[in-house]
Design a protein around this ligand. Structure first.
Ligand SMILES: N[C@@H](CCC(=O)N[C@@H](CS)C(=O)NCC(=O)O)C(=O)O
Length: 212
């Protein structure tokens, strides 16, 4: 069976994306969690035996290994054309790929200032202080909210049904929530949709149970 190497569910946002796609679409896989924290000083060394770049996620499909979250999702979409991991309509699929690529390569202020930490919750005042201090963070969140606002139905996922693009934005949802960043009512509705998705809530549950 294929194996997905991941790090701590509390904090590993790139692991979360690949894991969500496999789980949400009921694709068989075995999970191997390599702790990435002070309890495991040999994380890099352990991972280097799986792949030379020594990062997670890595999907080991037996014949070969894929070592990047977006490449893993593309591979899964190729392997399961019946499952609509990307939207079926060509134009929507192109948009879904574009915003997933944008997530993969952008939003550095949000990523640096608000690392994923499911077990942490800022107060509204703490979130506001962070927000006011960092213009780059406000710009990242404005762009993300603009992307989310494009969805056709305020109560749906980005392209109707849950797809790879939603998995890519799920850790963003968790960051906005943990750091209590002020977002619109519409964005909060999308965040609720994501948080209550069964795959996302299963990941959150395990992340909250982890000892830090
Ligand atoms: N571009 C990679 C990024 C992977 C990445 O940065 N993974 C983090 C964990 S979320 C990691 O392995 N960090 C450990 C390190 O870089 O030493 C992907 O999308 O898979």
């Amino acid at each position: 069976m294929q194996r997905l190497y991941i790090a701590n569910k509390n904090s590993s946002s790139w692991s979360m994306r690949a894991w969500l796609v496999l789980t949400a679409f009921n694709i068989d896989f075995e999970e191997v969690l390599v702790r990435f924290d002070a309890t495991n000083p040999s994380f890099k060394e352990q991972l280097s035996h799986i792949h030379a770049n020594a990062q997670v996620p890595v999907l080991d499909v037996g014949e070969f290994r894929i070592w990047d979250s977006l490449a893993i999702c593309e591979y899964l979409a190729e392997q399961h054309p019946d499952l609509a991991l990307w939207p079926r309509a060509k134009a929507l699929r192109a948009q879904a790929r574009s915003i997933s690529g944008e997530m993969h390569s952008s939003f550095m202020a949000l990523r640096e200032l608000c690392p994923m930490n499911l077990q942490m919750q800022y107060s509204t005042a703490e979130g506001q202080a962070l927000w006011e201090k960092h213009a780059a963070l406000r710009a990242d969140v404005a762009r993300i909210e603009h992307i989310w606002a494009k969805r056709a139905d305020a109560h749906a996922f980005l392209f109707g049904n849950f797809c790879i693009a939603d998995a890519f934005y799920a850790p963003v949802v968790m960051r906005l929530k943990s750091y209590a960043l002020p977002v619109s009512e519409q964005s909060q509705q999308y965040m609720q949709q994501i948080i209550k998705h069964p795959a996302v809530s299963a990941w959150i549950h395990s992340g909250l149970e982890e000892t830090v």
